[in-house]
Design a protein. Sequence first.
Length: 199
Amino acid sequence: MRYYIRWSAAATLAIAALATVDAATVSRQSAETFSQKVTVIRRNAEAGKSVARKTPVSQDELNSWFTYSASPHLPGGVSQPQVTIVGDGRVAGQAIVDLEALAKRRSSGGAFDPWSLIGGKVPVNVTGILHTRDGKARFEVQTAEISGLPVPTSILQELVSFYSRTPDHPQGVRLDDTFSLPAQIREIQVGQGQAVVVQ
C-alpha cells in the first residue's frame, strides 16, 4: 500500500498533475474515502483478475487526500498539490514548489540564465492528457507555467527530474516516458471531476 500511495502522489504531481482547482470541496471524510479506495484497489490486485473491477475516484477525494494525508509522501520542496480532472483524458493541477535548491544547482551565474532569475516558493501549473492502456500510461504535457508565466517543457522536466530522484532512480522521472501502472491497473478513465480505475 505504501508503494501505491507514493506512486499515486508522485504520478499525480509528475503526470497530473498542476492548474488551479475551482470550487473544490475538501474534507477529512473525503480524504478517508480516498484512502479506503486505495485499499480496495490494492485488495483487488491481490485477488486476481476473475472479472474487471472499476473503482471511481473523485477530484474532491483526491484533493482532500492531498490536503490531509499526502505530506509524508511528497518530496521535500513540494507542497499544496491540487488536481483538476477536466475530462476526456485531460488533467490539470497545481503545486507550490521551492525552486531555491534547484536554481542554485542549475544556475551558471550568467545574466541571461533563467535559473539565475528564479528562486523561492512558487506555484507551478501543468495541463495535459493522461493516456492509459493495457497496464501502461503516458502523460502528454500541453502547457506548463511557473508563477503564471509559460515555460518550455524542458524547464518542467528539470523540476520533475530533480524532485522525483531516488537512490534507485538518481535521474528521476522523465515526463515523456511510458510507465507501468501499479496494482494490476489496466487503465484509468478520466472523466469530468472523477477518474475510474479499471483493474
